[in-house]
Design a binder for this molecule. Structure first.
Ligand code: ATP
Length: 219
């Protein structure tokens, strides 16, 4: 059975945090494929105007070109209406009935997950991996008892970490991992570019930095 992770977001721009997450999770969960899904714009980030989807797709493609198991999917950009995460998940599940699917989100998304459309579905119809992020506490007070039962906290369980690749369960799980805890955000990168703080280049892959400069994004 193929093990595939899907990682949705604005990727405005894609940064080293995103890529480190993909690399570390690919190893930890013995993934066969890691798929980035740029959103048209995240439905829950209504006030933010993102960079054109074409630019974000292009930057992601450049960011992963040397990573054999990484892909970029246009599934949300191709959708006739801007889909919510639960709709994309349903489509992927139907398209890939034999795959073991993992949906990846960061700690900031976890903190506000109960504001997402059909959030309980999002957390139960596929496996979910929640990645810790500096300055974001992982709290469980906002989720239901039913959801809590599915949580496997890898942060506190070293032994489980080594077994994770062989865990088999019919019930979709929610894994919490601190395998990556990097303080990089797209907001900060955009701020640095606007402020002409040159060290933003260290926070994105080289090819992405060149692309941002060539097309004069975020200035
Ligand atoms: P922005 O600052 O514009 O909100 P971002 O850096 O959070 O952007 P997104 O494209 O929104 O990047 O991220 C997509 C997904 O990746 C989200 O689930 C987010 O929580 C997660 N994520 C992004 N950066 C990190 C990080 N450094 N550590 C853990 N998760 C992250």
């Amino acid at each position: 059975m193929k093990r595939i992770a899907f990682y949705g977001g604005s990727f405005d721009p894609p940064h080293n945090g995103h890529l480190t997450i993909a690399r570390k999770l690919s190893k930890l969960f013995a993934l066969d494929e890691f798929v980035f899904i740029p959103a048209f714009h995240a439905p829950h980030k209504k006030n933010k105007k993102p960079t054109s989807a074409f630019h974000r797709f292009a930057m992601l493609s450049l960011a992963i070109e040397n990573e054999g198991k990484f892909r970029v999917s246009s599934v949300e950009l191709d959708a006739p209406d801007k889909p919510f995460t639960f709709e994309t998940q349903t489509k992927l599940k139907n398209d890939l009935p034999d795959a073991e699917i993992f949906f990846v989100i960061g700690a900031d998304s976890w903190a506000e997950i109960d504001t997402w459309r059909e959030w309980e579905k999002v957390l139960t119809q596929t496996n979910v991996i929640v990645v810790t992020r500096p300055d974001y506490e992982i709290s469980f007070s906002h989720v239901t008892e039913e959801i809590k039962k599915r949580i496997i906290n890898l942060k506190d369980n070293q032994e489980l970490k080594s077994k994770i690749q062989n865990l088999k369960s019919k019930i979709q799980k929610i894994y919490i991992t601190d395998a990556v805890n990097l303080d990089v955000s797209a907001t900060e990168i955009r701020r640095k570019i606007r402020a002409k703080e040159d060290d933003w280049r260290e926070l994105v892959p080289n090819e992405v930095a060149k692309y941002i400069e060539k097309y004069e994004l975020y200035i």
